[in-house]
Design a protein. Sequence first.
Length: 160
Amino acid sequence: MRRGESATRASESLTCVDASVVAKWLVDEIDSARSFLLYEHIAESGGIFVAPEYLLAEVSSAIYKRVRLGSLSLDDALPLIDEAEALAVVIMSPSGIHRRAFEIAAQFDLKWIYDAFYVALAEIVACDLWTADEALHAAVSGAHTNVRLLSEYPLARTSA
């Protein structure tokens, strides 16, 4: 993962992804196929993935949960953490993100403020946010139409 606070060149298209999507790049689960297609589409078009600064902590937590539940061994989990650290996601912490995340969490009565950081980042850098979190999508998508649900990403791309 790369750190980047400054705005990218105008020719570069940003896409925000949350931990629920990134985890599917690492662990096979429901909608992993869609997450791979999203990754390929953005990468092929020269786009850049962005996320707030604690993305890796959330992804690590999701992997650790699988270890604790016994669905993944520690020996299998540790390389996934290495893969997560190497993902092509630019970590951003723009000025005002903490205040805006707090406002969003309060406005939509979100259970976790962490989810609001993804929404705030996507708003601040003016890009789509892809999530597999149906509760987050249901809570904010009416007011934040840039929040997209991974389960709605097409399994086959159509040619125009």
